[in-house]
Design a binder for this molecule. Structure first.
Ligand code: MN
Length: 328
């Protein structure tokens, strides 16, 4: 994120200069109010809320829709970083005054936690390519399931596989520090998406084993809601190692309509002084990614209107952050 604004305040004057994209205008019943107070965290939205592909037209529409909804940044998935044009992406971000972050999950053919050397090497190469791509479009973060494949494993992780993962991550962290200036954030996800890091405590153990200050923790409310005894305790345990947060509802739809206790979660983030990125993540069969939708088991329609969802989430997260900060 090269050209970062000093705050996440939505800039009303600049937004008025934008010609409103047609597909955003169709759902303008929710309007983000720029008069609200500042919040310390930069707020983002996953690109798959708007688009499952990243050609120039789809990328521009997603970036404009994210900005129209009041977000500071858009999270761009790099499951196959060779398919993302970093130069085009950087130009669009610059043109529309938006920042971006990058995320990925490895896959069974490119998995650094494998026992197969070729599969480990392919995973390491994918991470290096993603790092270069993320850095080229100005992202300061590469987050997600960086340490294993994003899929349902049929067996537990093995000691050999874990050693391979730690060794590869050390090399990738060195490159991230020396060549790219990108912080790696390992996302803690539920048991159906990895067999290696399902809790914040396991995430911290991975950070300890890798032993690089370039590797930090990424927590997600959707996953914590499944695996942790307490989201509050997980956030406190992560402490200053937490550098990236995903906000998702228990069914990955509209925030506040499922079982996640967001009030407790944002209070815990505020109590630990978390000031890093907060990114809304939501998936519906309405927007399909050939690479991601099936892997995440997005089988049903939990929303139809991307823009209404995005504006609602933006307002929801800001009101939660403000309520939490008032209670401190
Ligand atoms: Mn996530």
């Amino acid at each position: 994120m090269a050209a970062m604004p000093s705050t996440s305040h939505y800039r009303a004057e600049e937004s008025n200069k934008l010609s409103r994209p047609r597909r955003c205008a169709a759902s303008a019943q929710r309007v983000y109010s720029p008069a609200q107070p500042l919040v310390p965290n930069r707020l983002g939205v996953h690109a798959l809320v708007f688009s499952g592909s990243w050609n120039r037209a789809d990328a521009e529409r997603a970036i404009l829709c994210a900005r129209t909804a009041g977000y500071d940044f858009i999270e761009i998935p790099l499951l196959d970083p060779t398919t993302v044009d970093a130069t085009m992406t950087q130009e669009l971000l610059h043109t529309h005054g938006m920042e971006a972050s990058a995320s990925l999950g490895l896959n069974p053919h490119a998995d650094i936690s494998s026992e197969d050397r070729d599969i480990v090497a392919a995973g390491e190469q994918l991470l290096m390519t993603a790092l270069a791509c993320a850095a080229a479009f100005g992202s300061r973060y590469l987050c997600g399931i960086l340490y294993s494949a994003l899929h349902k494993y049929g067996t537990p992780s093995t000691a050999t596989g874990r050693r391979n993962c730690v060794a590869a991550l050390r090399r990738v962290c060195n490159a991230a520090a020396q060549d790219f200036g990108v912080t790696l954030c390992a996302e803690v996800v539920n048991r159906y998406e990895t067999n290696l890091v399902n809790t914040a405590a396991q995430g911290l153990q991975l950070l300890d084993d890798v032993g690089s200050s370039q590797l930090k923790l990424h927590l997600d409310s959707y996953h914590m809601n499944i695996e942790e005894n307490s989201m509050v305790e997980a956030i406190k345990l992560a402490g200053d190692q937490l550098r990236y947060v995903h906000i998702g509802e228990s069914h990955r739809g509209y925030l506040g309509t499922g079982t996640v206790n967001f009030s407790e979660l944002f209070k815990a983030l505020s109590a630990t002084g978390y000031s890093g990125p907060v990114c809304f993540e939501s998936f519906s069969s309405k927007v399909v990614s050939p690479q991601l939708s099936n892997t995440l088991c997005v089988w049903r329609n939990v929303w139809d209107d991307s823009q209404d969802l995005a504006v609602h989430a933006r307002m929801f997260m800001q009101s939660q952050i403000e309520a939490a900060s008032k209670q401190m």
